[in-house]
Write a protein that binds this ligand. Structure first.
Ligand SMILES: Cc1cc2nc3c(=O)[nH]c(=O)nc-3n(C[C@H](O)[C@H](O)[C@H](O)COP(=O)(O)OP(=O)(O)OC[C@H]3O[C@@H](n4cnc5c(N)ncnc54)[C@H](O)[C@@H]3O)c2cc1C
Length: 310
């Protein structure tokens, strides 16, 4: 008996494709599938990483910047315009059977799980940042005092006193990267026995300061560490890739734990595609939307092939 059999479904609907996740990747795929005249379900499981963005200045087509929520509103509007069925709910269980995928969805106001079926599924479930436990961290992200993506907004921190909070090599790499923008970069190192030297070959110098989280205060005018003040803080504590559904169907991962995908974004499981942050190391909107376009087009072409007689 599987989790899918254990409840009498509140609803059971077949689709051409199911898109799990409604961030930039999922919503872009929804637009493409809608414009290919496909019956697609888009599951919106809650907060997209993009909703944290105070203002993005590297998203193509927005030379004066765009807020994350404003961008998501546009993407939702575009997906809705072409008929994708967008629904709030969390995908709970994914099974691969002889006729395709069966998905159990936890949906508000449904007594039993809702079932959706499709020959193709696109995972666009993203990642969740590991945030430091600091009072006011969410407000500080909205105010761009805590920043989460040096590639996205290192430019905006040019010339500032930048702190990077790390507990390993990842922190050192981010600090080195940020010396592109400022000569005043300090790695706040949570490891008590951290090496003191900060310079890395080929990059500018950065300072290393051993700290504990209790030393750090997020204030309205900056980030205070003892008697030092920084203009912004980049936590470099990593993120958790939202791959639970892929693991339920045994999709292969590489040595770094990333989902393995083909040139058309298909995972090692036939019919299961993945796009956006859940796949790549370069977690960017432009990458998420491009991968979604590639995946949606391949899904459409395979649906065309399935419909051909013989
Ligand atoms: C502070 C900040 C600033 C950033 N600035 C920029 C920038 O300037 N430029 C740039 O290019 N990028 C920026 N990024 C990165 C950008 O937000 C991500 O690359 C982008 O959101 C990835 O899109 P995605 O669709 O892959 O994932 P997400 O946007 O994270 O969307 C994933 C969606 O899947 C849903 N989901 C997960 N699991 C389930 C489930 N089981 N069932 C149903 N739904 C599920 C989630 O709820 C979410 O809605 C920034 C990120 C942060 C945090």
């Amino acid at each position: 008996m599987t989790p899918l059999d254990s409840d009498r479904p509140a609803q059971d609907t077949a689709y051409d494709a199911i898109v799990i996740g409604a961030g930039p990747a999922g919503l872009t795929a929804a637009t493409y599938l809608g414009r290919f005249l496909r019956k697609a379900l888009v599951l919106d499981g809650g907060r997209s990483r993009a909703s944290w963005i105070p203002e993005s200045h590297n998203t193509p087509g927005f030379p004066h910047g765009v807020g994350g929520e404003a961008l998501l509103d546009r993407l939702r509007d575009q997906a809705d315009r072409y008929g994708a069925e967008r629904r709030a709910g969390r995908a709970r269980t994914l099974l691969r059977g002889a006729d395709g995928f069966v998905l159990a969805i936890d949906q508000e106001n449904a007594d039993a799980p809702v079932i959706a079926r499709a020959p193709f599924v696109l995972l666009a479930t993203g990642v969740v940042d590991r945030l430091p436990v600091l009072e006011g961290v969410e407000d500080a992200i909205r105010a761009a005092r805590v920043r989460l993506c040096p590639i996205c907004d290192g430019y905006e921190a040019s010339g500032q006193r930048i702190a990077v909070l790390g507990d390993g090599e990842h922190g050192a790499r981010e600090a080195a990267f940020l010396t592109t923008y400022s000569p005043a970069v300090t790695l706040l190192d949570l490891r008590p026995d951290a090496p003191m030297e900060g310079e890395r070959e080929g990059d500018g110098a950065f300072e290393r300061l051993p700290v504990s989280l209790a030393d750090i205060t997020l204030g309205p005018d900056g980030v205070m560490v003892g008697d030092r003040t920084f203009d912004c803080l980049y936590p470099a504590l990593g993120f958790d890739s939202q791959q639970a559904l892929a693991q339920q169907v045994d999709a292969a991962r590489d040595a770094d734990g990333r989902l393995v995908v083909s040139a058309h974004q298909q995972t090692s499981v036939d019919g299961l595609y993945a796009a956006g942050d859940v796949v790549r190391g370069l977690n960017q909107i432009a990458v998420a939307t491009a991968e979604a376009a590639i995946a949606a087009t391949d899904i459409h072409n395979r649906l065309r092939a399935l419909a051909r007689p013989g």
